[in-house]
Design a binder for this molecule. Structure first.
Ligand code: SF4
Length: 233
């Protein structure tokens, strides 16, 4: 029986094999990818009232298609943390002002934020690992596109969650999507969303320098969606 190969020689042999096949089987792939907040490719995960498209956001998709960027859809943190695609746990606070839940709202907020951060950290770890795989495999992660105006995915602007919760607690059963969007617009504040904070922390840990860009939710709500200017524009 041949003597066992040391681990480092095995790894080197595997790497040489990878390099060989990657060039031998060269194809049309552009090796450039953009990581997008989930709802940019699937607005069905937006808060109720906040979807402006039936499916994906056209400006961002068009930009990626024009430039030949692969689109990587990150998970929707609020879908994971807040009870699925309809974020049912959050909906319990809607119109809750005069209810027992409404009265414990201030005490529930830190728990909500703590739990959200925990879920975001777990998701961010996986996304950062995916980026590390791309970068260490010779692909270029052109950037991350977050959604400004989101408490989770905001890249430069987030939501004052306390203020937003106070306002949704006052919603009447007859409230409309416009009422909901007014609440969001009134609660926007400077800062990053929780998921973006956690993702940037993971990227620092992995020593990856990836630029972040913001898709502007308020502009989309106003009917003027525009893609962020990614590198090279
Ligand atoms: S902004 Fe982020 S948390 Fe909000 S719906 Fe989009 S992906 Fe989900």
């Amino acid at each position: 029986m041949a003597p066992a190969m040391p681990d480092d020689r095995l790894a080197a042999a595997a790497m040489n094999g990878t390099t060989h096949w990657a060039s031998q089987l060269a194809d049309r792939r552009g090796r450039e990818v953009v990581f997008l907040s989930h709802c940019l490719l699937n607005e069905n995960t937006r808060y109720l009232g906040g979807a402006c498209e039936r499916g994906a956001s056209l400006p961002i998709v068009r930009l990626c298609l024009e430039r030949g960027y692969g689109m990587v859809q990150m998970p929707c943190p609020e879908q994971h943390a807040w009870g699925g695609v309809l974020k049912r746990r959050l909906l319990r606070f809607f119109g809750s002002k005069a209810t027992p839940l409404g009265r414990v709202r201030p005490a529930a907020l830190p728990v909500l934020v703590w739990y959200t951060r925990r879920v975001c950290r777990r998701l961010a770890r996986d996304v950062a690992a995916q980026m590390l795989d791309d970068e260490s495999s010779g692909f270029d992660v052109v950037g991350v596109v977050g959604v400004d105006g989101s408490p989770s995915c905001g890249a430069t602007r987030t939501i004052d969650v306390r203020r937003a919760l106070d306002l949704v607690a006052e919603l009447q059963p007859t409230a409309t999507a416009d009422d909901m969007n007014r609440i969001v617009l009134r609660s926007i504040t400077a800062g990053r969303g929780i998921f973006v904070e956690e993702l940037q922390a993971q990227l620092r840990r992995l020593r990856l320098d990836i630029p972040f860009f913001a898709f502007d939710l308020p502009s989309e709500l106003a009917g003027l969606p525009r893609a962020p200017s990614l590198r090279g524009s």
